[in-house]
Ligand binder design. Structure first.
Ligand SMILES: Cc1cc2nc3c(=O)[nH]c(=O)nc-3n(C[C@H](O)[C@H](O)[C@H](O)COP(=O)(O)OP(=O)(O)OC[C@H]3O[C@@H](n4cnc5c(N)ncnc54)[C@H](O)[C@@H]3O)c2cc1C
Length: 382
């Protein structure tokens, strides 16, 4: 039996803790935030992520807190259908739903399912020391923790990664994004339907049901530089103006949004790394392979990481060997997702009207088999 220290109690860190416990090891999770507050908006867990949760015996705890997403429509600004995907085909095949869920609800379920005393809040990690037999983590509150291995699951701006790879910094994708979760009961949107709209002038809007009549929406606008002062003070009214020409129910979803519900973030990812395993230290989730959100796989990849980690730990008690095995199994898949998602974002955010027209025509006539094979790869393989 080995003892693990996990840095970060996001979706990745919490599922990794379950994976470690499932394999009979012990674990302590250290989180910088003083409390797990209701932050974030919606997340989609693809059928692949739901299967990974099943492998970690967490599926049944999570499933009631979200709602199945059965249709993914892609539309142009006027509402014309460019592509339609019925994901229930994959649900029938692999046995798991695509689930829309609030990030905070998912985090709470994963947290509550851990034994009391596993997660330590208010522990901002600063640095670690590696020896041939273990690791020692140091925190800003003056405490330290020793373990046989350390899992860096501290997100996009990971300090664990910074120590290992100081030059691997987040890259800006060229667009900025507002998100919110709103009660859309009165709009009576078709159950299970999600939609993304590729508009004109580098504007994109999407929405996904997350259960209980609530809908998660996101709105992206091109911006040459991150943290643009022009967007800093944006309120719902500004977004209503920017997206006024978008088809229903986009204006209605914005009209339901209070200013204090808006979250604003630039879109960033991490250029694919060459390694995730560093002796007795392993990078998981966004710390190892943060992706732009265009494939809805950020949380899914973190959950898959945990399921694969459990399998690797089951295969050997040699922790560095298990971590190397993890890296071999995960890097090709996470790298492909990061790259595809980056490209997809560039296409979705195109600005030139002629190119936009061409793009939309291509999307309209793209054989359904192309997107089906992409989804089959996503949902049916790990
Ligand atoms: C506050 C927040 C809101 C988000 N909202 C959304 C959303 O609405 N929709 C969406 O699709 N994705 C959202 N994400 C991203 C999404 O959760 C992740 O892409 C995905 O779940 C991968 O999770 P992760 O655990 O690897 O990283 P994260 O979810 O980023 O979790 C990392 C955790 O590590 C902690 N941490 C960071 N630095 C330190 C440190 N030095 N010491 C200790 N702990 C540290 C963070 O506080 C966080 O809890 C959000 C992330 C965060 C942190």
């Amino acid at each position: 039996m080995a003892h693990f220290v996990i840095i970060g109690a996001g979706i990745g860190g919490l599922t990794a803790a379950h994976a470690v416990l499932q394999q009979g090891h012990t674990v302590q999770v250290y989180e910088a935030a003083p409390e797990l507050r209701e932050v974030g908006a919606g997340i989609v867990l693809g059928a692949n992520a739901m299967r990974a949760l099943h492998q970690l015996s967490l599926h049944d705890a999570v499933r009631p807190h979200g709602t199945p997403v059965t249709h993914l429509d892609l539309r142009d600004q006027a509402g014309q259908l460019l592509q339609a995907a019925d994901t229930s085909v994959f649900t029938r095949k692999v046995g798991f739903d695509n689930l829309g869920i609030h990030r905070a609800a998912l985090q709470q379920v994963l947290f509550r399912a851990l034994p009391a005393g596993t997660v330590h809040l208010g522990y901002p990690f600063e640095q670690f020391e590696a020896t041939s037999t273990g690791v020692m983590a140091h925190f800003a509150n003056g405490r330290m923790a020793t373990a046989d291995a350390l899992l860096g699951v501290d997100g996009l701006r990971s300090r664990v990664r910074q120590q290992l790879l100081p030059r691997a910094t987040p890259r800006y994708a060229g667009y900025t994004c507002w998100r919110a979760v709103v009660d859309a009961t009165r709009l009576a949107l078709p159950a299970g339907e999600s939609c993304e709209t590729w508009g004109e002038r580098g504007r994109r809007f999407g929405y996904v049901p997350v259960g209980g009549g609530r809908v998660y929406w996101f709105a992206c606008i091109n911006s040459p530089q991150p943290q643009d002062a022009r967007f800093r003070g944006f309120r719902t009214a500004d977004l209503q103006r920017e997206f006024a020409a978008f088809h229903a129910p986009v204006p209605a979803l914005l009209a339901l949004t209070r200013d204090d519900q808006l979250l604003w973030n630039d879109i960033l990812d991490l250029k694919p790394l060459a390694h995730l395993a560093y002796g007795r230290t392993l990078l998981l989730g966004d710390a190892g392979h943060a992706t732009t959100p265009n494939m809805g796989q950020g949380a899914g990849m973190a959950v898959e990481d945990a399921a694969v980690l459990a399998q690797c730990l089951a295969e050997t008690t040699d922790l560095p060997a298990a971590f190397r095995r993890f890296e071999q199994r995960r890097l090709p898949r996470t790298t492909r997702i990061v790259r595809t998602s980056w490209q997809l974002g560039r296409v979705g955010q195109l600005e030139n009207p002629l190119v936009v027209m061409l793009r939309n025509t291509v999307m309209r006539y793209l054989p359904a088999a192309v997107s089906r094979s992409q989804m089959a790869w996503l949902y049916e393989t790990v």
